[in-house]
Design a protein around this ligand. Structure first.
Ligand code: AMP
Length: 214
């Protein structure tokens, strides 16, 4: 099962991907997580990506496409995967379609989680990420057991630099301009499923399960 999670930043792609991982035992590949890990590790890729990310811009396609295509070759992707945060532009989607076609395969589902910009700005202000393991929480919707502390590893929870309101607004405008056209792209491929992202963790999760279980 090969799945793409679409939707604006903060719509819940990563959170719902986690639910799918648990149920279907396939890995999530999050390009945002890969970049953040590279920044933490001080790699060349991390250094190149950081300035774009801090500004709320997309990292250039040439730094992203090969990275993902190589990752999909790994053994753990044999039975499928969830792509969270990739593709984010039409050239990325075309590169992915072409790379998969070469192997005689294709994406099965593009799940678009729909949310209004207002709801996203509000949601992102409450998002907290563990500085140590990357687990995501929310001050209201998914609160940790102890305020400011990660349930999984005890690490400190922080507001991501790019979740600050000014950067969120920039990321949303980048989303509408460069990523939203993917909805039409995957609709034309006949694999788009539009899901209401405002139904709460369980409601939206159940709507996604219904699509994948059908
Ligand atoms: P995310 O955690 O998916 O919201 O990604 C955080 C940031 O990483 C984005 O705002 C971009 O700067 C960068 N990024 C992640 N995935 C991509 C991608 N597929 N193409 C370009 N930039 C990306």
């Amino acid at each position: 099962m090969k799945i793409i999670m679409l939707g604006a930043p903060g719509a819940g792609k990563g959170t719902h991907a986690k639910g799918i991982v648990e149920k279907y035992k396939i890995p999530t590949i999050s390009t945002g997580d890969i970049f953040r890990q590279n920044i933490k590790d001080g790699t060349e890729l991390g250094k190149k990506a950081k300035s774009y990310m801090d500004a709320g811009d997309l990292v250039p396609d040439e730094l992203v496409c090969d990275l993902v295509v190589d990752r999909l070759e790994k053994d753990d992707c044999k039975n499928g995967y969830i792509l969270d945060g990739f593709p984010r532009t039409i050239p990325q989607a075309e590169a992915l379609t072409a790379a998969l076609k070469e192997k005689g395969t294709a994406i099965d589902y593009a799940i678009d989680i729909e949310m209004t910009d207002e709801a996203i700005v509000e949601r992102m202000a409450g998002r907290r990420v563990c500085a140590k393991c990357g687990a995501t929480f929310h001050t209201v919707n998914i609160p940790p057991k102890q305020e400011g502390v990660c349930d999984n590893c005890g690490g400190e929870l922080e507001l991501r630099d790019d979740d600050k309101p000014e950067t969120v607004k920039k990321r949303l405008s980048v989303y509408h301009e460069q990523t939203a056209p993917l909805i039409e792209y995957y609709k034309n491929q006949g694999i788009l499923h539009e899901i209401d992202g405002s139904l709460g963790l369980e409601g939206t999760g159940a709507a996604i399960s219904k699509v994948l279980d059908a």
